[in-house]
Ligand binder design. Structure first.
Ligand code: NAP
Length: 164
């Protein structure tokens, strides 16, 4: 099973502000949907609450330390290892890690691939992607996109694979 992080970050690694995504990027949202459709998607409890609903067609796994958290249709785990084991048991071929910051940090050592949207801007953020050594990753594809009325900032969509 491949383990893949999916993330959009600005030039300073910013990924969120006041519990939400700090931009409006319609093309990136569509890409997120297309890539994750049909797969298991692990998110932290805060990211799940920020999304606020089940994403149709995805098997959502929420990480929390709380025993009180429940949401119909969601699998709840208390560790990344449990999320990986659950997905493997269900014959998943690609498990997506959808953040936020702490979940990305835990997942990085297990991650084979990063679907990374570089947001070409410096935005106000209060949550950041963990520091990682980009030189140990190979960029296997990259595409640049202009800003337009549906996409607030120019972006680059990059796929990184862990180097040898
Ligand atoms: N730009 C992007 O691609 C992107 C992607 C995702 C999220 N975001 C943004 O990131 C922000 C949310 O991220 P965040 O880092 O604040 O929160 P988060 O990672 O989504 O959730 C944190 C929560 O996850 C649970 N958790 C963390 N580590 C755990 C562990 N080891 N075992 C079990 N549960 C664990 C805890 O839940 P409990 O407190 O319930 O125990 C913790 O409070 C939002 O602004 C969101 O919009 C951006």
């Amino acid at each position: 099973m491949r383990i893949s992080i999916i993330v959009a970050m600005d030039e300073n690694g910013g990924i969120g502000f006041e519990s939400h995504l700090p931009w409006r990027l319609s093309t990136d949202m569509k890409r997120f949907k297309q890539l994750t459709m049909g797969h298991h998607l692990v998110v932290g409890r805060k990211t799940f609450e920020s999304i606020g609903r089940l994403l149709p067609g995805r098997r959502m796994i929420v990480m929390t330390r709380s025993r009180e958290f429940h949401y119909a249709g969601v699998d709840i785990v208390d560790s990344l290892e449990a999320a990986i084991a659950l997905s493997e048991k269900r014959d998943e071929d690609e498990l997506f890690i959808g953040g936020g910051s702490e979940i990305y940090r835990l997942a990085l050592p297990f991650t084979d691939r990063i679907y990374l949207t570089w947001v070409h801007a410096q935005i106000k953020a209060d949550v950041h992607f963990p520091k990682f050594d980009i030189s140990s990753w190979n960029e296997i594809s990259r595409a640049e996109f202009e800003a337009d009325k549906f996409n607030q900032y120019p972006t680059a969509f990059s796929i990184l694979e862990k180097g040898a």
